[in-house]
Ligand binder design. Structure first.
Ligand SMILES: [Zn+2]
Length: 221
């Protein structure tokens, strides 16, 4: 399928047509990953909080997180600052986060906008002490995706659309991943982490991803 004209798509993933009347038509966003592990067409900032994956270890699972800074406040710059070690950790800012060195590969804002901080080929520092499929150090073999949100409320449709679209690109690029090998942070660090929380709709996400992947395979068949 050829790419779509991104200049005509707004942040929610809709394409505007100007005709006798303005209408909006849902289109499937598609993303491609370049040879160095970066998504085409999304904003990029390179986090210092990254390193190489262990030799011979590739991307096998996705880990979904949620974050907001301040908690429950959306649209500000502080999550970006956290991943870039630029957060104000003075007593006026976030003194509890002083010295924290974390990142995620992707951050998806409430309007669906995606920002990439670490190449998928590299290891981002999102999972912490963790265990998945019987293996520890989940950062070694995962991609971490942060949704702007909290444990206490639902996520936006635009966020699911972006998440499904990038998940499809990741499954395509890293075939060890499949729709069952997607975990919440709470699954891999139980008792320590609760995100993305009870409002993340796993069924909606998995169904949408499965239908896109099936459609892609059908289209190739
Ligand atoms: Zn998390």
């Amino acid at each position: 399928m050829p790419g779509i004209d991104r200049t005509r798509i707004n942040a929610r993933g809709w394409r505007h047509y100007n005709g006798a009347q303005d209408i909006e038509v849902a289109v499937l966003m598609t993303y491609a990953i370049d040879g160095r592990g970066w998504l085409h067409g999304v904003a990029r900032k390179v986090s210092p909080n990254r390193d190489a994956r262990p030799a011979g270890v590739g991307v096998e699972v996705l880990v979904i997180h949620s974050i907001s800074l301040p908690e429950g406040h959306y649209g500000g710059p502080d999550v970006e600052r956290l991943f870039m070690n630029e957060l104000d950790v003075s007593p006026r800012g976030y003194p509890d986060l002083e010295g924290l060195r974390v990142s995620a590969h992707l951050f998806i804002r409430r309007d669906g906008e995606i920002m990439q901080f670490v190449s998928f080929e590299d290891r981002a520092w999102h999972a912490g002490v963790s265990r998945c499929e019987g293996r520890e150090r989940v950062n070694d073999f995962s991609v971490g995706i942060e949704l702007e949100g909290t444990d206490h409320g639902p996520f936006e449709e635009a966020q699911y659309r972006s998440l499904v679209a990038v998940s499809e690109a990741l499954l395509h690029r890293y075939p060890a991943i499949n729709e069952k090998r997607v975990y919440g942070h709470s699954d891999i660090a139980p008792g320590r982490k609760t995100d993305p929380g009870p409002h993340f709709d796993w069924a909606q996400y998995r169904d949408a991803l499965r239908s896109r992947v099936d459609g892609m395979r059908g289209g190739e068949g």
